[in-house]
Ligand binder design. Structure first.
Ligand SMILES: [Zn+2]
Length: 339
């Protein structure tokens, strides 16, 4: 073979290798169906006897409902595709928000509690605020600037005040300062702010983190903590016990063993929940009306992250419940179904 031909063959092989690598990285990192043992099985009986229910829509979008009042965490429903996020400016989809409001009767939502200002949490705030004029939006100044970018009136906006409980109907909610997942190459703006009203469409990178918060929800004797990101402020939760923990596991498998151990100690071991529900594990580049699937290898190894959580939970005799569709999940330990 001549040198020239050899070079062409090498280049061809290199491109083939690159394409194969990209195809692999875009594959889901495991299958939800392999975790059937932990998946919640809907039961009419248990769902109807519980006062407080919750639906999970992927990432850390959770809707709490007691039949009268709703509390929404984040409210990210538009879920633009990976190519839109990488190559275009992104924006909230008014028709998706309208459909969710109708389907889920979101007019009863008194407050949207926002965990931080990255687009996979905060993209839809402005549109939700406009279509739900009775709803308060609670978050950091960066979060409020995302709502301001869509001209949401100031009286709907509340700057988050950590450790100051707020009441909405029968719900008591308390924000707790938290820590974001460790930075990555495309997500390295931790602590940076959205310092001015952010108009959409905007690049995903314009949605700066602007500090992170966990939320404690108390209702009818139940305590629930929502921790969206895989990060913990040391000893922040040490005096708290909860019944149900919604625990972010994004990129847990990509961290060191020490980090994983510390994160699970600071959360699961400290809070001693009866049930842990993993969140922020789904491929958020897929539309909201599809069953959730694992993140692609590009972003995480979800199969591995889930196994790390399950192992720690089983050691501590905590029940793991995996939710992959927005079904009503009862938050009452007496009726929380055995998976
Ligand atoms: Zn984030």
């Amino acid at each position: 073979m001549s040198i020239k031909k050899g070079l062409w063959v090498s280049l061809g092989l290199f491109i083939l290798f690159l394409v194969a690598g990209m195809v692999f990285l875009l594959q889901p990192s495991g299958q939800v169906s392999n975790f059937q043992k932990w998946q919640y099985q809907t039961s009419e009986k248990t769902a109807s006897t519980s006062i407080l229910k919750m639906k999970f829509f992927g990432v850390s979008t959770l809707l709490f409902d007691d039949g009268k009042t709703q509390i929404l965490i984040d409210g990210f429903f538009s879920r633009p595709s990976l190519s839109q996020v990488l190559f275009q400016k992104i924006q909230s989809q008014p028709e998706v928000i309208q459909r969710m409001i109708q389907q889920q009767q979101l007019q009863r939502t008194q407050a949207i509690l926002v965990t931080h200002s990255h687009y996979d949490h905060a993209l839809d705030l402005a549109e939700l605020g406009k279509q739900l004029p009775q709803t308060k939006i609670i978050g950091s100044n960066s979060t409020l600037n995302i709502a301001r970018g869509g001209a949401v009136p100031e009286q709907q906006l509340m700057l988050v005040q950590p450790l100051q409980p707020l009441s909405f109907g029968e719900f008591k909610v308390t924000a707790i300062a938290s820590q974001h997942t460790p930075p990555t190459a495309v997500n390295n703006n931790l602590g940076e702010e959205v310092s001015r009203p952010l108009q959409q469409p905007a690049r995903f990178s314009a949605f700066k983190e602007g500090h992170s918060f966990d939320y404690l929800i108390e209702h009818s004797g139940q305590r629930v903590l929502i921790k969206a990101s895989t990060g913990a402020v040391p000893n922040q939760l040490k005096n708290l016990k909860v019944d149900t923990l919604f625990l972010g596991i994004a990129q847990l498998s990509r961290q060191s063993t020490e980090f994983q151990q510390n994160y699970l100690d600071q959360t699961l071991k400290t809070l001693k929940p009866k049930v842990v529900v993993p969140i922020h594990w789904d491929n958020f580049f897929k539309p909201v009306d599809q069953a959730l699937e694992f993140l692609p290898y590009l972003a995480d190894n979800t199969d591995e992250s889930l196994k790390i959580l399950i192992q720690a939970a089983e050691q501590q005799k905590v029940q793991v419940v995996l939710l992959s569709r927005p079904v009503s999940y009862p938050l009452d330990p007496a009726v929380q179904s055995q998976p």
